[in-house]
Design a protein around this ligand. Structure first.
Ligand code: AHR
Length: 536
């Protein structure tokens, strides 16, 4: 098991050297918005061992009759995944969807130029649909299907939509029925290409070219199925040189035809002369926060120019911690492996705290971020890892995601009013030491999520409850207060096949209702930690 370069100067031990105060005031009168179920999506790309050797591995002792790993399916359920963006990522920009349907033995092997691999097409649209239903038969996961706007365009997108969504009576819908799916797949969410602003993308386009392509493809798709929800590519990161102008150019041509603009962001510690800048890394949520606000501004400015009443929101459909500096597979003309070990990051406690903070950031923008996908799901920069032998296990990043999904679905985010200590970072200047958000849960209770970004200070964190959650007259109305924390004295602690439970959520026994003021709840947040407080 290799640890990527950015993680090499592990292990950093933290010790609390002092205490600082921070507080969050919760008020039901100022809701941000409801939490979209689609916030807890993921990306499953034909990349490395995400599909082959991850979700699908017929030779594994854990596989069921369809070849799906049941240990992985169980963890996906526990993680609370709702939508699956598929089949890429960069992979989609060279993909022919027809290769992945029909009798498996007749499917071609193809070059995957994005990841220098061989695509066997053992998994395709039908198998993915089956997997989505098998993971959760009562509430099948929702497919977010990406079309290839790299090497292909309008015609192949229209063909795929006809194949997937037309009930019967046409060449392509009848082909789907002949291939075993009598009923249409009824796919609502469609990505119009992937990261088309990136020079690395097969078939990369400039803003004007992409805008024209999106307009034609979106209009055509709507002629087939007016109910589709279309996601156009925004910038592939906040730091792209074309950020802002890319969004503006595309939106000016296609505003009324699309429903979402995508955002992608990956974070890792910057390393300078062998030293990691952990303070800035722990504040990665600050960048994501600014990115979302900037894209909202682009969308709303375009709405004004278009004089439109139509709503366009954000699909943050790739986000995570990613150590991008792994050496990768050598690219030679005669070596195109199937399911190679690629992007197999092994996550630390600090990485999980950052993931928890990115989730807090997404929640804080619940009114405009209406879909999101942690990238990716299994093995490839993923919360679930399949070792060489033995069952899949939970990486550190699994825990904040699973708890956030479990506690917030169907809830309403409340406007965060935070005060308290600040901490300094190289990249973002002074930032709040504790970042937090409160969600009024579907069951009426409250969930407060908080990270302590400090490397050496414990936070005395106080939550002031809303008057209507606990009437001023009655201090008995808080029935239970619980807290769980993810922390470790070694911020580089990881879970491994040999020690899969090294890092896990533990009860935080410091949580208590204030003796003098029953509208206040206190909890200690250790340095570099993620905590959830539930108040019923
Ligand atoms: O998730 C890994 C890659 O990151 C995706 O294929 C691409 O869209 C992004 O650059």
């Amino acid at each position: 098991m290799s640890v990527s370069e950015g993680q090499q100067n592990a292990h950093l031990h933290v010790q609390a050297k002092g205490r600082q105060s921070a507080s969050l005031t919760v008020d039901d009168q100022f809701p941000v918005g409801t939490v979209s179920d689609r916030l807890f999506g993921t990306l499953v790309e034909h990349l490395g061992r995400c599909v082959y050797g991850g979700i699908y591995d017929p030779k594994s002792t854990y596989a069921n009759a369809d070849g799906f790993r049941t240990d992985v399916m169980k963890l996906v359920r526990e993680l609370g995944i709702t939508t699956v963006r598929y089949p890429g990522g960069n992979f989609v920009s060279g993909y022919r969807w027809e290769d992945g349907v029909g009798p498996v033995e007749k499917r071609p092997r193809r070059l995957d130029l994005a990841w220098h691999s061989t695509e066997t097409n053992r998994m395709g649209l039908h198998e993915m649909e089956k997997w989505l239903h098998e993971v959760n038969p009562e509430h099948p996961l929702e497919l977010m299907e990406a079309v290839n706007l790299g090497t292909r365009g309008l015609e192949s997108a229209l063909d795929l939509l006809e194949y997937a969504n037309i009930p019967s009576g046409t060449k392509l819908s009848d082909m789907r029925r002949a291939n075993g799916a009598e009923k249409p797949f009824n796919i609502r969410l469609w990505c119009l290409g992937n990261e088309m602003d990136g020079p690395w993308q097969l078939g990369h386009l400039n803003a004007q070219e992409y805008a024209s392509k999106v307009r034609l493809v979106a209009a055509g798709m709507r002629q087939i199925d007016p109910n589709v929800e279309l996601i156009a590519c925004g910038s592939s990161s906040h730091s792209m040189k074309t950020f802002g102008s890319w969004e503006g150019t595309m939106l000016d041509q296609a505003y009324d035809l699309i429903n979402f603009v995508s955002c992608h962001a990956y974070y890792q510690p910057r390393v300078d002369k062998g030293v990691r800048d952990m303070r800035s890394f722990l504040a990665s949520g600050v960048d994501m926060d600014g990115f979302i606000s900037d894209v909202v501004a682009c969308i709303d400015a375009a709405r004004g120019r278009a004089k439109s009443n139509h709503d366009v929101n954000i699909s943050f459909d790739e986000w995570n911690v990613w150590y991008t500096n792994e050496p990768g597979h050598p690219h030679t003309i005669d070596d195109w492996p199937v399911g190679p070990h690629l992007l197999e990051n092994h996550y630390t406690l600090a990485d999980a705290v950052v993931v928890g903070d990115l989730l807090i950031t997404l929640l804080r923008h619940a009114d405009r971020v209406r879909a999101a996908s942690i990238a990716q799901l299994v093995n490839v920069i993923a919360p679930i890892f399949v070792p060489e032998s033995g069952p899949a296990y939970r990486q550190t990043t699994f825990f904040p995601f699973a708890r956030t999904a479990e506690l917030t679905k169907g809830g309403t985010v409340l406007t965060p009013r935070e005060t308290g200590a600040r901490t300094s970072t190289e990249t973002y200047g002074d930032v709040s030491m504790v970042d937090s958000v409160a969600v009024r849960r579907a069951n009426g209770g409250l969930a407060v999520f908080a990270v302590n970004r400090s490397l050496d200070q414990t936070a005395d964190f106080t939550i002031t409850l809303p008057v209507n959650a606990q009437s001023a007259e009655s201090s008995e109305s808080v029935e239970s207060v619980k807290a769980e924390t993810l922390s470790d004295e070694d911020i580089d602690a990881q879970n491994t096949a040999d020690d899969p439970n090294r890092v896990a959520l533990k009860p935080n026994t410091t949580v208590r209702v204030d003796e003098a003021d029953s509208k206040k709840v206190h909890v200690d947040l250790p340095p570099v930690s993620w905590t959830v407080v539930t108040i019923d």
